[in-house]
Design a protein. Structure first.
Length: 360
């Protein structure tokens, strides 16, 4: 019986078009499903001519998943085109983020390879309410009554394949924050069938993924890995040279944010062969955090203790204190000064959530 770390290695082999060394397909496919990578497993193994070596029921399963995901992504692309055209009609050209950018730019024959959970669009803060009004007029409804430009909203229609997450900014003041103007100024305008939207540059696209997982999603503190996003990072970095790597590194402030970004890059280097700069490969903190991640994958029971220890990281405590003090006027009960470093209850609850889909 393979342990979880062996299953991860088997999954990584499949994602490179190879067969795993040990035959534990149930465990490997369970991990592929949980990490949302099954469509790419199907594509890579079939492209490499490995399907004849697979059990017949596994071949049928993988092909069915790939076909269904291709149909879902086709519907999502049509939905995205409609949304972009609606926003264009009131003078808004959205920026496409994360998997949504991939969906718009990928070649037709590869569109079934990645599972997309929702459509992430960014609009200027001054046009946030106009954008919502346009989408609501097309039949969308808000998932929450709270509508503020600094808080993303989820819009949904029952007939669609996915929801729309509408943003006007992304990130935090003490880590890294992007606005529509920031992203559009370093983006390319992409024409869909009916509408147009901006595609972020590879550097900004990489930064968004690092920000999303390591900082907003607390994966750095939790020792978790989003393998699907890490595969996206490998594709985005394919053309990177020293200038792009240096620019990416400078986007993240020194300390907690930069260490978190470098940890993810080091893990991508070790697991996926991402060619990262020497300062990433030599980072003692990144190496230590990567080792911690592998320990948690191999022995899941260690996650609680290691996560609680991560809350004592001096870099995290300093960043948390800066963030809390920056929001001091909004904190209830006068929680400023010496108590400002204490983690919020909601942050601790999220840190201790172990069964999040997509995370290993």
């Amino acid at each position: 019986m393979m342990n979880r770390l062996d299953r991860l290695q088997g999954l990584l082999a499949c994602l490179d078009g190879d067969l795993p060394r040990q035959d534990d397909w149930t465990g490997i496919i369970e991990l592929a499903n949980h990490s949302l990578c099954t469509p790419l497993v199907a594509s890579q193994l079939e492209a490499a001519g490995r399907f004849p070596a697979l059990p017949s029921d596994l071949r049928r399963f993988l092909r069915e998943i790939h076909v269904r995901n291709g149909e879902r992504n086709r519907r999502l692309l049509n939905q995205l085109d409609e949304a972009a055209a609606l926003l264009n009609s009131v003078g808004v050209e959205p920026v496409l983020m994360k998997g949504t950018a991939w969906l718009a730019a990928v070649k037709d024959d590869q569109r079934a390879d990645r599972l997309i959970t929702d459509l992430d669009l960014m609009v200027p803060p001054a046009r946030f309410h106009d954008a919502i009004e346009q989408l609501v007029g097309a039949g969308y409804r808000l998932d929450s009554p709270l509508v503020r430009p600094d808080v993303p909203v989820v819009l949904l229609r029952p007939e669609d394949a996915g929801t729309i997450d509408l943003h006007s900014e992304y990130g935090g003041a003490t880590t890294l924050r992007f606005t529509h103007a920031d992203m559009a100024g370093d983006a390319s305008l992409h024409r869909l069938t009916s509408g147009v939207a901006y595609l972020p540059s590879p550097v900004v696209g990489m930064a968004i993924l690092l920000l999303h997982d390591q900082l907003k999603g607390r994966d750095y503190l939790r020792g978790r890995i989003d393998l699907r996003h890490m595969l996206d990072m490998r594709s985005l970095a394919a053309g990177f040279g020293p200038v792009e790597w240096e620019r990416l590194d400078r986007l993240f402030p020194p300390g907690y944010a930069r260490t978190a970004a470098r940890t993810q890059l080091f893990t991508a280097h070790r697991l996926l062969g991402l060619n990262v700069p020497h300062y990433v490969r030599r980072s003692a903190r990144a190496k230590l955090q990567h080792w911690r991640r592998m320990v948690q994958i191999r022995w899941p029971a260690s996650a609680l203790m290691l996560t609680m220890l991560s809350l004592l990281d001096p870099q995290y405590l300093a960043a948390s204190r800066r963030w809390r003090l920056a929001r001091g006027e909004k904190l209830s009960g006068g929680k400023t000064g010496a108590r400002a470093w204490l983690p919020r209850r909601v942050s601790v609850a999220r840190l201790l959530s172990w069964k999040e889909v997509g995370k290993i």
